[in-house]
Design a protein around this ligand. Structure first.
Ligand code: NAD
Ligand code: ZN
Length: 346
């Protein structure tokens, strides 16, 4: 079968022919219907060889956002049937520890020890004609939802949903939230905030196209992402700042804005993987500010996100590419010219 692989560190991913995999005991084989392109892959592909080889040794099949049709069940696998259209929950855990039993598989401490890794981030990913899912537990039924339009719910929507839910008590009527970066994750964050909170949403992005896109997605205001944005946010909040700041960029330039944007007693959440450093010291942030570095989301939260899409409360904006054009999709992500998410369709 055809697969899109990161083969050589520093080079663009390319198509590689590999044998169609066989599901082992308890596993599920999916015929892939869609695979999403995430900036985290781009981050991994920007890392030096010694780091890549210790954490995600090349070559490997990319794709941690996956959707497919159940094609075959391994021995003893049950709970799904051949022909079911499903989404793949990506942050696979052991399924037995106290984190996993609550659905927080992304926090599973056993996974590292037992070498359980997410598809596309240690296990073969979704950018192929077929993929193996380690357990039916990691599949969420799509029903008649379009897989191409839904695949990015598994990360681009799940990750901001998980972050927003923990700050929801601070996002009631009259509150303000700043969303930094209106790309794949950011455009879903804006829609989720409008659907489940009472907050005024202010988007910051360096790209004028992305600012216009943010307004289209429901943001109340959009400003260029630079130190002048602090005054704009203060003006809109009676000089106090935003109750919650969600940074989907995480570079030093955006991390530096966070302490200036947030109100006392607010939340700052660093979601973007951009190597920016936020110095934590007394008075480094306004008094009583909470800092969080959230990772992906919980299995029950993916079910909730899919339900929001089913009810029309949120919608992934995407550009579709063939598997052969996967490298082009990553190039467009790198250029910052995508509208929403890029989705590969094998
Ligand atoms: P994306 O490329 O689709 O979007 C990034 C957006 O940020 C673009 O709109 C771009 O114009 C904007 N941007 C770039 N530099 C900026 C700056 N200095 N100020 C303001 N805006 C700026 O990326 P994505 O796929 O949405 O991913 C966003 C980030 O989230 C990435 O760093 C990714 O690695 C990370 N991520 C984290 C998790 C997690 O679990 N914490 C999960 C998925 C992705
Ligand atoms: Zn991702």
């Amino acid at each position: 079968m055809k697969s899109l692989q990161y083969v050589t560190v520093g080079e663009a991913p390319r198509i590689v022919e590999v044998p169609k995999p066989k599901p082992g005991p308890g596993q599920v084989l999916l015929k892939v219907t869609a695979a999403g392109v995430c900036h985290s892959d781009e981050f991994i592909m920007s890392l030096p060889e010694e780091v890549v080889m210790t954490r995600w040794p090349v070559p490997f099949i990319l794709g941690h956002e996956g959707a497919g049709i159940v094609a075959e069940l391994g021995e003893g696998a049950s709970g799904v049937a051949v022909g079911d259209s499903v989404l793949v929950y990506g942050p696979w855990g052991c399924g037995r520890c106290s984190y996993c039993l609550k659905g927080d598989e992304m926090l599973c401490p056993v996974a590292v020890k037992e070498k359980i890794a997410p598809p596309g981030l240690g296990s073969p990913g979704a950018m192929a004609e077929y993929m193996i899912v380690d357990s039916p537990r990691h599949l969420v039924q799509l029903g008649d939802l379009d897989p191409v339009a839904s695949v990015s719910l598994t990360d681009a929507a799940l990750t901001p949903y998980h972050a927003i839910k923990t700050s929801l008590s601070k996002l009631g009527a009259g509150s303000t939230v700043v969303v930094i970066g209106a790309g794949g994750l950011g455009h879903m964050a804006i829609q989720i905030l409008k659907a489940i909170s009472g907050a005024t949403v202010i988007a910051l992005d360096i790209s004028p196209e992305k600012r216009a896109f943010a307004l289209e997605m429901g943001a109340d205001y959009a400003f260029d992402s630079n130190p002048a944005a602090v005054a704009s946010v203060k003006d809109l909040t009676g000089g106090v700042g935003a109750n919650v700041v969600l940074d989907f960029v995480g570079m030093q330039a955006t991390v530096d804005l966070m302490p200036q944007l947030v109100a006392p007693g607010g939340d700052v959440q660093l979601i973007g993987i951009g190597n920016g450093v936020l110095p934590i010291r007394f008075e480094g942030l306004p008094f009583d500010t909470n800092f969080r570095g959230p990772y992906w989301g919980a299995l029950p939260e993916l079910v909730e996100v899919v339900e929001m899409a089913r009810r029309g409360q949120i919608k992934v904006e995407f550009e579709a590419f063939s598997l052969d054009d996967g490298a082009v999709a990553y190039e467009r992500l790198h250029e910052g010219t995508l509208r929403g998410r890029a989705v590969l369709v094998p």
